[in-house]
Design a protein around this ligand. Structure first.
Ligand SMILES: Nc1nc2c(ncn2[C@@H]2O[C@H](COP(=O)(O)OP(=O)(O)OP(=O)(O)O)[C@@H](O)[C@H]2O)c(=O)[nH]1
Ligand SMILES: [Mg+2]
Length: 304
């Protein structure tokens, strides 16, 4: 599917190099030369995993497994982490973006303000256009003054069409987009939503209202509810994921701004704590800077 964006492991390695150092390099440097997993060594390891943004619970779990065994030696710590991380990513489910040929595909995009929702939609619109699809974007962020204009610019750039109604109710914009897509045979609707309203409660209310318009009018077309997270927010992203998961049934995560981030371990924390697969990664501000996330490539890039 993503042939157009296919990228070498070498580029991915560059993207995750800071994460690899924080998460694996530092642990290996500290642990591998030790004779055994003493309490002292295990404490150091736990601290390093936590500061790499793996999360307190997950870091403790990884260290506890080493505490209660004597088969794995400190010199094998890299391999141990590799096995653990591989399993967690596999358990969280497939990384492939759901898509059905010859049907309408709706992607609902949510996340707090500034994480990169609108940019992701521009990139996704472009990707689908490159694949010859008919793409409609729905400007359901009617709260922030410049939001619709920004989406308009992205959709023109990508060659997609847009439904926008200044200051209208976001749910009605999505309703209209679904009608238009049906009447005019679109393949894809990308729904852009607000990242900030008067308060968090209002935002969650609005998101579930938009979601229920889709559930009522095109339940068979809803392909993904994607939470967009900024890789640099680290553990804070996990808190965001919990709030959004309660409001709308998330199916996957898009991790943006992974370029240059040292906090890419959030991919693992999200898989572990939320059981959500990361499906897309943003690695820059340009239209082409979107990649399909692939667990085994990610592991490969982290560990080699
Ligand atoms: N480096 C980098 N910057 C990104 C990436 N994705 C988005 N950005 C930048 O992040 C900033 C915010 O992006 P938006 O797409 O406007 O974020 P948003 O979530 O729609 O924001 P709101 O509509 O205010 O909620 C912009 O300056 C983007 O260029 C990425 O993958 N890498
Ligand atoms: Mg936006």
């Amino acid at each position: 599917m993503f042939g157009f964006f296919s990228n070498s492991i070498e580029n991915l390695k560059k993207t995750v190099s800071k994460t690899a150092q924080a998460l694996i390099g530092n642990v290996v440097d500290t642990v591998a030369e030790e004779e055994e997993f003493s309490e002292f060594v295990l404490d150091d390891m736990e601290d390093l995993l936590i500061s790499a943004d793996l999360g307190v619970t997950y870091a403790a779990e990884l260290v506890d497994k080493l505490r209660s065994q004597d088969k794995i030696k400190p010199s094998q710590v890299k391999n141990y982490l590799r096995e653990q991380f591989t399993q967690v990513l596999n358990d969280a489910g497939s990384n492939r973006l759901n898509f059905s040929e010859n049907a309408l595909n709706i992607y609902f995009i949510a996340g707090v303000n500034g994480v990169g929702k609108t940019t992701l939609i521009g990139k996704l619109a472009y990707k689908f256009k490159q694949e010859g699809k008919r793409v409609l974007v729905a400007a359901a962020d009617t709260f922030r003054a410049a939001a619709e204009e920004q989406l308009d610019i992205w959709s023109k750039r990508a060659g997609a069409d847009i439904v926008r109604r200044d200051k209208a109710d976001p749910a009605s914009v999505v309703f209209e987009a679904i009608q238009k897509a049906r009447n005019e045979n679109y393949d894809v609707i990308l729904v852009d939503t607000a990242g900030r309203l008067q308060n968090k409660y209002n935002l969650m209310e609005e998101l579930s209202k938009i979601k229920s318009v889709i559930d009522k009018n095109a339940p068979e077309a809803l392909r993904e509810c994607i939470l967009v997270l900024d890789a640099n927010t680290g553990q804070n992203g996990l808190q965001q994921a919990k709030v959004f998961k309660d409001a709308v049934a998330l199916t996957s995560v898009a991790l943006t701004k992974l370029d240059g981030s040292a906090k890419g371990a959030i991919v693992l924390a999200i898989a572990k704590e939320m059981n959500l697969p990361v499906k897309l990664i943003g690695i820059g501000e340009k239209m082409e800077d979107l990649k399909e996330f692939n667990s085994s490539d990610f592991i490969e890039a982290l560990f080699n």
